[in-house]
Design a protein around this ligand. Structure first.
Ligand code: FDA
Length: 401
């Protein structure tokens, strides 16, 4: 005899995580007529969207392309990014009368600020009949080959055909971020790449902070920086703990403990030719004086107090001038570490993409199980790339889940 369980709720699709990827996925699946339940352990939706871009949400980038994403399989993101493009998200914003502006390097920010983006995504979900349940965590999760059975910590039983994991990554743990995605992947025997912090400021040793870098906190300068396959031309900011600013955040995703980063303080210029010309024109001018014309004054002073001997230009021999020029273009610096998950904007790693279909984000071994957004081993550059991956992967899974 079969007993009827009145506490059992059944859905076509359950999505764990009401962040960027989960919200767009829920709306997309709901628009297909699927009965969707969107669950989140937090007390509100889209928390990371709300704090993004200093509250203005850098929601996409006009230059989105697969080369702007790091993954053990760089080809994986191609399909989703081609199927749901920045223009698709802009169309959604137009539909909701939202406007935007380009700040720099293709980065698009919402004129009506981040809450308007969350409101737009929620309206799409609500109009598509999506059920939302906050403050909810999963206690047990079982797959019987056909359905997923979820038991919540709040005592609910939920049965669903499709289960989408959109729990993001563990960066900024004070926001309730978690590595749930990897834990669920492990439960189903799927491989993963451990999460590590990315887009994160560097720390320096105390000796460096009290030596060369003393008094530089707050100074910012345009540089080019490289490490491994990464190369960026943006601002660098000296901080009380080390180095930050867009250039350093970007290169941190390519950096590994113990490696040096190479900083070009005068990108696009020929430091040697410039110094040689000045040596003829102003032989009495001191190095720190002429450097202060092209670098922030405090930085020019510190370099001449620590790295370079400061003299009138006329007193430098060819070899020394050459070595100063080389250092200005290739200042090799080994950070002590990074500030870690505490301040990382995203995380590298996640569910191994070889376990997933690049078109649908469905697990190859477990029909009906999907992983989207930051949970997957796809990490974008700074500048709207990570949200575009969240939208694109969420939309692709929402088409089929
Ligand atoms: P996201 O983190 O958005 O959502 C995951 C959701 O899952 C959360 O709501 C969480 O509560 C929930 N959850 C976690 N574990 C759970 C569990 N076990 N059960 C139930 N729910 C669970 N990117 C960009 O492109 N432009 C930008 O301007 C910024 N700015 C920015 C600023 C700061 C300070 C940070 C920390 C990050 C950014 N980012 C960004 C990165 C961007 O926020 C990030 O890439 C996306 O939010 C990832 O979207 P997801 O939906 O994958 O995860």
């Amino acid at each position: 005899m079969q007993t009827l369980n009145h506490n059992l709720a059944t859905y076509d699709v359950v999505i764990l995580g009401a962040g960027a990827a989960g919200l767009l996925c829920a709306a997309t699946a709901g628009q297909r007529g699927r009965r969707v339940l969107l669950l989140d352990k937090a007390d509100k939706i889209g928390k990371k969207i709300l704090i993004s871009g200093g509250g203005r949400c850098n929601f996409t980038n006009l230059h989105v392309n697969p080369a702007a994403y790091l993954s053990q399989n760089p080809h994986f993101c191609k399909s989703a990014l081609a199927r749901y493009t920045p223009q698709d998200f802009l169309n959604l914003m137009r539909k909701h009368d939202l406007s935007w502006h380009e700040k720099t390097l293709g980065q698009l920010f919402c004129d009506q600020k981040a809450p308007a983006i969350v409101e737009m995504l929620w309206e799409e979900c609500r109009d598509a009949g999506v059920n939302l349940q906050l403050n909810t965590e999963i206690d047990t999760l079982v797959h019987d080959g056909e359905h997923f059975h979820l038991h919540t910590m709040q005592g609910q039983q939920i049965r669903t055909q499709s289960l989408v994991i959109a729990t993001g990554g563990p960066s900024i743990p004070r926001m309730g971020s978690s590595d749930s995605g990897i834990r669920i992947a492990k439960q189903f025997g799927l491989k993963n790449i451990p999460f590590t912090p990315a887009l994160v400021p560097f720390t320096l040793t105390q000796t460096m902070l009290e030596g060369l870098f003393a008094g530089l906190a707050g100074v910012s300068t345009p540089i080019a920086v490289s490490c491994g396959e990464g190369y960026f031309r943006e601002q660098m900011l000296f901080t009380h703990r080390g180095l930050s600013g867009p250039a350093m955040l970007q290169i941190s995703s390519y950096w590994q403990q113990g490696q040096a980063v190479h900083i070009d303080l005068l990108p696009g210029q020929d430091a040697l030719a410039w110094l040689q010309t000045l040596q003829k024109q102003r032989p009495k001018a001191e190095l720190k004086t002429v450097l202060a014309d092209v670098l922030p004054n405090r930085l020019a002073q510190r370099l001449c107090e620590t790295l370079f001997p400061n003299r009138p230009l006329g007193q430098y021999g060819d070899k020394l001038l050459q070595s100063i020029a080389t250092q200005l273009h290739n200042w090799e610096l080994t950070p002590a570490g990074t500030e870690g998950m505490r301040t990382a904007e995203v995380s590298l790693g996640g569910v191994d993409t070889r376990e997933l279909s690049s078109k649908t984000l469905e697990a190859r071994k477990v029909a009906g199980l999907y992983f989207i957004g930051e949970t997957v081993d796809v990490t974008g550059w700074l500048g709207g790339y990570n949200f575009q991956w969240a939208w694109a992967s969420g939309w692709c899974a929402g088409q089929v889940a």
